[in-house]
Every structure is written in C-alpha cells, then in structure tokens.
Design a protein around this ligand. Structure first.
Ligand SMILES: Cc1cc2nc3c(=O)[nH]c(=O)nc-3n(C[C@H](O)[C@H](O)[C@H](O)COP(=O)(O)OP(=O)(O)OC[C@H]3O[C@@H](n4cnc5c(N)ncnc54)[C@H](O)[C@@H]3O)c2cc1C
Ligand code: SF4
Length: 546
C-alpha cells in the first residue's frame, strides 16, 4: 500500500452532494480530498451535440462512468392494470413480459466528477414544505428533522451560486428573495401546452432551472439547443463539475482525484473513523482523515456502509426506505410544426397536483411538466424506432413532418416508503474487485398505482386540451423501474432506530462520519427534483460540522 496522507476531510463521490460539501469545506480553508470512482469530463471536447451523429451517442460514457447494480426479481404485472403499461406506436407494448422490468442501463446515474448532474436536466426545485411532514400531517412515511425555514437561507445561497432562473410566483414555497436570474421564455411547444393548461385550469409556470437566462459568473447564457441530458457543452447548465468542483479546485484547498474508489473505511477508537483506503490510478492508498463524508448517491452510499462488517449495529436502517420517483410520460404529435427538438428542456411546470393531499383519495402529489427532451423523442432515429412505423419514401415523408411536432408531458410523483423497497448487497453478483454489487428491491404498491392513474389522466388530458389528440407513446413506473430520482436509503431523523443520520447528516453513533447525498431524504416530495435540496442540506451540514 502507498504512503499515507492526512486531510481535514475526505469526501467520497463528486456528484451533487459531495461536490457541494467539498466546496464549502475548501471555503473554510480545510484541506479536503474529493474522490470519485468515475472519470472527469471535459464539456468542450466530450459532449457531442455539434456532431451529425449526436442522437446515437447520447450521453458520452467513458471507461468507468457506468456503474454496476443488480436487481432482485421484480413483481408480477396485473392484467387489470393494462392502461398503465408502457407502449409506443412503433413497438406496441414495450415490456412484453409478465413482470415489471428494468429499462436500458437500469440505474443510469453517471459516475464521474459531477456525478449525475453531468446528465441531469437542471430543474432546481425547493421542497414543498408540506411534503417534509408526511408522517405528522398525512400519517405515512417520515417527517424531516429540519424544516423548510431551516433550509431557506441555504436554498437561496445555492440558487445564487448556481445562477438559477425562475419565476416571480413562488406558489407553496415562500422565498426571502427573488431568483437571481429571470425565468426563461417558454419554447413554442410549451406555449402550445399553455393553451391546454389554461383550458384545464392548470397553472403553467416557467420551471426554475439552473441554466443561465443571462450571462452569469463568467458563463454564457443558454442557447436553447435542448441537449441538457447529453451534457451541456456551453457550461451554462450548472452541473457540479463546473460550479462547486471548479471553485473548490481554484481555492487551492481541495485535491480532486477521479477514477478513485473507496474500498475500505478504517474505524478508530470509540465513535470515530480514522482513515480510508482508496484504489486509484496510483494503486491502493491509505489516507488519514479528521472527517469522512460519503456521497456516493442513494444506491452506492448504503453499499459502502454495508460492505464494512460491524461498522453499523445490527438492525441499522441502512438500505431501508428506498424511494424511487414515480413517473408517467405521454407523448403526442401535433398537426403543426413546433420546433419541439429545440428549447430548454422541461421549461414549463404545473404544481397544481403537487401537495400531498392535492389528489382526492391519493396520499402524495405530483407535478406535471413539458417533457419532450426527457422522453428522448427529439431526433429522427427515435421517431423512426418509436413513433413513425413503416418503410420507404412515404415513411421518410412522415418522419420529416413528425420531427419537431412531437410534444411530451411528464408527471413525476411522490414515492412512499415500503417494506418491499430497499437496497442490500447481492449475494452472488460482484464487481471487478470481487465485492458484492448493490442490489435494488423495488415495489409498486396500490397507492402508487392510484397516483399513477391520476398522473396519466392529467398528462393525457393536457395533450388533448392543447389540440394534440394523437398519442404516439406512453411509459411509466408501473412496468419499468424508474431511477432518475432515488432517495431514502440512509434516512435522516432523530431516532437511531428509524434513521441512519441526524439532522446534521452525521451517522448516528459517530462523531466524524457523514452522509451528504440523496440517500438522506426521509420523503421524496411530490415530483420536486432533488438536487437543490441535496445541496442546501449539505451546505447546512458542513456549517455545523465540528
Ligand atoms: C436523467 C436524469 C435527469 C435528472 N434530472 C434532474 C433535474 O433536472 N434536477 C434534479 O434536481 N435532479 C435531477 N436528476 C437527479 C440528480 O441527478 C440526482 O438526484 C443527484 O445527482 C444525486 O446526487 P448525489 O450526490 O446523491 O449522487 P450523484 O450525483 O449520483 O453522485 C454520486 C457520485 O459518487 C460516486 N461514487 C459512488 N460510489 C463511489 C465509491 N465507492 N468511491 C468513489 N466514488 C463513488 C459516483 O461515481 C458519483 O459520481 C436527474 C437524474 C437523471 C438520471
Ligand atoms: S439547452 Fe441550454 S443548458 Fe441545455 S445543453 Fe443546451 S445550452 Fe446547455
């Protein structure tokens, strides 16, 4: 093993949470080591939006940027719920099996400096305060041990740091100051959807986005190319690599090591961690640290803790309470060109159904937004495979008409904890180092089915009332595991029997071990995107670290 180094803090995982933690620590002039199992990306060279084959490349994965996970057997599908099965004009029913399944790469979060923010859309939402009190107000799940008021100054700080562009109307989330940047103008497709929203009495606000609507902090404004999930080459989308990590590096107090994996947590006397063992480009190394922050995301952080025998007591909640956001998307085709391949993804949103009690008979709400780019139905290849069946000259003509007139509406909803959804270590499947993979157990319960039905009703109704009568594709969580937002596996709380970390994100029973990522969420929210909340929580936690 290589020589030992010593740091004030080691942060494992350079995604949304870890990057924010490292930056805050570097600003305090602590000596910080930030490591990530994945590679570094260079927006100027790695993202292929200006290449003719951009659609085939998708997000450009590099060696080490795709993690490995496994799945426990999925639940059987009920023939009575055929209306919630995913389908497309091009392929018919897309899950031909009798069980729920995993689409494409499964848990498809990027590993790398910037983590999943490299390919995230960039929606920047505060939690609805009511969604943070699911147990005391609605009798399900768990309450947050921090309040919206505790987080509000940190929300504002992160919004200013990233350059979030948002509307004047705060809805349920009170604000102590306006957004730092004005909201983006709605695209032509979203203006078309606005007509349907108005007819249905839905609010249709500009969506708060960490993409710049004006030059800000040395970065240029968005050019509305629509490619956020493929990696933003302009650096205006505030992914963690070009914001928190870049500024932590510039401080001179933070060493950053890509392609470096945590392989061991070394426990010290009493309530302390003393060191970590890392495997990186220079081999295996032991690093002494005064504080250890785990920020591997809601699947890998519980794995890191579970891989250390005896670190946490038997019966610990690590891995329990796994939450995956519930999603439904309806894709339709308008009879007119809308240039829908361009514009800012998810530029408009309705919060009308978002409060936990907004939908009669359903606990847990959902939001509805424009979702054309997230659906991936943007370029000719996707249309040919999924939306425009056929061959030959007529097919080509239809494709020319279809590309640019396709519009999608997506709903994302609350995920409630279930005894049948959790993460553990796979007893059989192992990674290249011979360590068990994280295994995901995912279950859709009856309340989720009810919520999904309400979500589908609204997304279909919104397309129809917008004058888009032809559906070309629908898909959702009922028959596919949906992993964009995952949370809960190291839940935050006051009772060590029911949670893993306290309100300051410190692991119960330890003085210097922290979890700073999405795994600490006690509830998912009714469709709020989590990253802004992760980063607000993390800045607050670092300010309270001893
Ligand atoms: C397609 C997509 C779109 C999304 N859009 C949005 C959006 O618009 N707005 C929003 O708020 N959220 C969005 N999200 C979700 C958001 O990206 C995540 O919630 C957020 O990035 C989670 O942050 P995290 O810190 O928990 O983990 P991550 O950002 O995933 O970072 C975890 C990091 O830890 C590293 N790591 C893991 N294990 C180890 C180890 N043993 N050693 C070293 N490093 C390790 C990983 O390589 C990774 O880089 C989206 C997600 C997806 C997939
Ligand atoms: S739409 Fe804007 S934020 Fe998204 S990739 Fe294009 S330039 Fe970047």
């Amino acid at each position: 093993m290589n020589a030992t180094q010593q740091y004030d803090a080691v942060v494992v995982g350079a995604g949304a949470g870890g990057a924010a933690a490292a930056w805050r620590m570097a600003m305090k002039r602590w000596r910080v080591l930030l490591v990530d199992a994945g590679p570094a990306f260079d927006p100027a060279h790695d993202y292929a939006l200006d290449q003719p084959d951009w659609e085939r490349r998708q997000f450009p994965h590099k060696p080490g940027s795709l993690g490995e996970t496994s799945f426990a057997p999925m639940q059987s599908l009920d023939p009575a719920l055929a209306d919630l099965r995913s389908w497309s004009l091009g392929q018919g029913v897309t899950n031909h099996g009798t069980e729920r399944t995993v689409s494409g790469p499964g848990y498809h979060h990027v590993r790398g400096i910037g983590g999943s923010t490299l390919h995230f859309v960039g929606e920047s939402h505060r939690m609805n305060p009511a969604s943070m009190q699911m147990h005391s107000r609605f009798g399900v799940g768990a309450d947050w041990p921090v309040s919206y008021a505790d987080l509000e100054p940190y929300y504002l700080e992160v919004e200013r740091f990233l350059g979030v562009a948002g509307p004047d109307e705060p809805r349920d989330r009170w604000r102590s100051a306006p957004y730092p940047l004005p909201a983006h103008p709605l695209s032509r497709a979203s203006r078309k959807l606005a007509t349907g929203a108005a007819a249905l009495g839905l609010d249709w606000d500009p969506n708060p986005r960490c993409a710049l609507s004006r030059p800000y902090d040395g970065r240029p404004p968005c050019n509305y190319c629509g490619g956020c999930t493929l990696g933003c080459p302009r650096r205006d989308k505030a992914s963690a690599d070009i914001t928190f990590v870049a500024k932590a590096r510039a401080s001179g107090h933070c060493d950053i090591r890509p392609n470096t994996t945590l392989v061991r947590i070394v426990r010290g006397a009493r309530r302390r961690v003393d060191a970590v063992e890392l495997l990186g480009e220079g081999g295996r190394q032991r690093v002494l640290t005064k504080r250890l922050v785990l920020a591997g995301g809601a699947i890998e952080t519980p794995r890191m803790l579970l891989l250390e025998p005896g670190l946490l007591p038997t019966g610990s909640q690590v891995g329990r309470n796994f939450l995956e956001s519930v999603a439904w998307t309806s894709v339709g085709r308008a009879d007119e060109p809308l240039l829908s391949f361009g514009g800012l993804p998810a530029d408009a949103i309705s919060w009308k159904h978002n409060r936990p009690d907004a939908v009669p008979g359903v606990v847990g709400g959902f939001r509805v937004s424009a979702a054309i780019h997230e659906s991936g139905m943007v370029g000719a290849i996707a249309h040919a495979q999924r939306a425009v069946p056929g061959f030959g000259i007529e097919h080509k003509q239809q494709l020319r008409q279809a590309v640019g007139s396709t519009v999608a509406t997506g709903a994302v909803g609350e995920s409630l904890p279930s005894a049948r959804s959790w993460v553990d270590l796979d007893p059989q499947q192992r990674d290249a180092l011979g360590r068990p993979l994280a295994r995901i157990h995912s279950h859709v319960d009856l309340m989720t089915v009810r919520r999904l039905r309400a979500m589908a009703e609204v997304t279909r109704g919104l397309l129809k009332s917008s004058g888009i009568p032809t559906l070309v594709e629908e898909y959702g969580t009922y028959d596919y595991f949906s992993s964009a937002h995952v949370f809960g596996t190291c839940r935050m709380g006051t009772d060590p029997r029911k949670s893993v970390v306290d309100a300051d994100l410190r692991v119960h029973g330890f003085d210097n071990l922290y979890v700073c990522d999405a795994s600490v969420f006690p509830s998912s929210g009714g469709g709020e995107a989590p990253t802004l909340t992760i980063q607000a929580l993390v800045l607050r936690a670092v300010d309270r670290m001893g």
